[in-house]
Design a protein around this ligand. Structure first.
Ligand SMILES: Cc1cc2nc3c(=O)[nH]c(=O)nc-3n(C[C@H](O)[C@H](O)[C@H](O)COP(=O)(O)OP(=O)(O)OC[C@H]3O[C@@H](n4cnc5c(N)ncnc54)[C@H](O)[C@@H]3O)c2cc1C
Length: 460
């Protein structure tokens, strides 16, 4: 095992979040060692889906990293809805130029972040699997591929080892009274399928909402699509598969019926879905996010379902928060043990509620993606909210904009939206939202405007 320097941070996991944190910490001159269980060639090759980044997460990365991501990713400004009857409609993500998604293949994101972590001077040790931690020293027990193990010590230990975090499991196993953990999976699974691109609109996220399931296609720069099917899984089959899709013929029939406008672009779909085991979607929550001098960030602290596309955005926010706290409390200078304990406690206090709120918001968005986006009443309500925001941006901001394009903590955005939404509900009851739009907005602002402004000043 390597000899670690003073003022050192050990990060477990060289995924996107571990690498982003390493880059931020190196910018303040800290010694950073990352231990990754995979070998270098395997690392980051596990999942091929695209990740959508929004300004919430992107703005927390150093400018050169962000610049490279924009050079490789696709800017998506709207959802493009493919309805069952063949009609197509669009929904903008927001109201300003910065209100877009940057869609980037996960592998590409990983390579860029790893490259910056290394260039910044972090060391990545591949083939080292964390199997235990001691949060008091703090130290991690690492196992090499040949089975040998050794402890590695640091001043701060950070678990960035994803939804199945060994760091989190070791802490909660050794100190069940100090950290609770809940784990859940949902009925839906996901699998990637190949879909030909052929003159698709490159500026939007394509979506085929079909009740309890949906198809999603994200355009890439090289004129390909990254396409995923999200659908409930069968409960009664030995092998994990989508409900009702147990043969290539059944898969083809299903796709021909549900997605007729693009069925001829997926010639291999039957064999493809037969040969792939759908991924499970997990929700893992825990609290607090620290123990003594160890802390969890990214999916290790909060794995959420991907329906809001915020998992990694929240994780980059975690990394920037931790790095900012270390910098402002003088990790490089003072009594290191005391500083670290203070920082990780503060960090937890700032991030736990945000992670829990994101888990709830993400699950709620499944309904929106698979069903609501085609409902006329839902669309009228959204149009009313957009108009209200256009006319009175200081009073009202739609939930998605708060979540994706601001720095307002997820839990504050959630509370604000709950309050506004129920107030707006009462104004909309029994009204024709298309005809009465301006009257509803005027009455709403008249009654709630001052209160909402005060609320906003109070919560930021
Ligand atoms: C289908 C799907 C779609 C998604 N889409 C989006 C999206 O559009 N936008 C978005 O913001 N988020 C999205 N997410 C969430 C996003 O993928 C995660 O938030 C993100 O990958 C978390 O990164 P991480 O570095 O914390 O964890 P991971 O990416 O899981 O990386 C963890 C790293 O730790 C290593 N590791 C694990 N265990 C050990 C160990 N014991 N010892 C050493 N190393 C270890 C792993 O090999 C890996 O390299 C999606 C997730 C899924 C499943």
């Amino acid at each position: 095992m390597p000899e670690l320097a003073e003022r050192s941070v050990v990060i477990i996991g060289a995924g996107p979040v571990g690498c982003a944190l390493a880059t931020l910490l190196r910018r303040q001159g800290l010694e950073v060692d990352i231990f990754e269980r995979e070998e270098a060639a395997e690392s980051g090759s596990g999942n091929s889906f695209n990740l959508t980044l929004t300004s919430r997460g992107l703005d927390r990365l150093p400018r050169p990293v962000k610049r490279r991501l924009y050079l490789q990713g696709s800017v998506l400004v709207k959802r493009i809805i493919h309805h069952s009857d063949g009609a197509i409609s669009t929904q903008p993500y927001g109201t300003a130029d910065t209100h877009h998604l940057l869609s980037i293949p996960r592998g590409v994101l990983q390579v860029i972040l790893r490259d910056h972590a290394l260039r910044a001077g972090s060391r990545i040790h591949y083939g080292h699997k964390c199997v235990d931690v001691d949060t008091a020293r703090p130290a991690a027990l690492l196992q090499r591929r040949d089975g040998t193990t050794a402890w590695v010590r640091a001043d701060l230990l950070v678990g960035c080892d994803g939804a199945n975090s060994a760091v989190r499991e070791a802490i909660s196993r050794a100190h069940p009274e100090d950290m609770w953990v809940t784990r859940d999976t949902i009925d839906h699974g996901y699998a990637e399928i190949t879909m030909e691109y052929r003159d698709a609109d490159p500026a939007g996220m394509h979506l085929w909402p079909r009740g309890d399931h949906f198809l999603q296609a994200q355009p890439n720069r090289d004129q390909t699509f990254t396409t995923s099917l999200f659908k409930p899984l069968a409960h009664d089959t030995p092998r994990r598969q989508f409900a009702g899709l147990s043969t290539p013929g059944a898969i083809r029939d299903y796709c021909a019926t549900e997605f007729p406008d693009v069925f001829d672009r997926m010639p291999e779909v039957g064999q493809e879905l037969m040969s792939r085991t759908p991924g499970r979607l997990r929700i893992v929550s825990c609290a607090p996010h620290h123990h003594q001098r160890a802390v969890l960030i990214g999916d290790a602290a909060h794995a959420v379902v991907p329906f809001l596309g915020q998992g990694i955005n929240c994780s980059f926010e975690d990394a920037a928060t931790l790095s900012g706290l270390l910098e402002s409390t003088g990790f490089g200078a003072g009594d290191v043990d005391a500083v670290v304990e203070n920082v990780v406690e503060k960090y937890s206090g700032m991030r736990v509620a945000a992670g829990h709120a994101l888990a709830e918001l993400s699950l709620n968005n499944l309904q929106e993606l698979s069903a609501h986006v085609t409902s006329p009443s839902f669309l009228e309500r959204r149009a009313l909210e957009r108009r209200l925001h256009e006319l009175y941006p200081e009073v009202y901001t739609p939930l998605y904009q708060l979540v994706a394009f601001t720095r307002i903590p997820y839990d504050v955005a959630q509370q604000r939206h709950r309050k506004l939404s129920s107030a707006l509900d009462s104004f909309c009851l029994g009204r024709d939202l298309r005809r009465d739009q301006d009257t509803i907005i005027a009455e709403f602002v008249d009654k709630y405007g001052d209160e909402l402004l005060r609320d906003r000043e109070r919560t930021g």
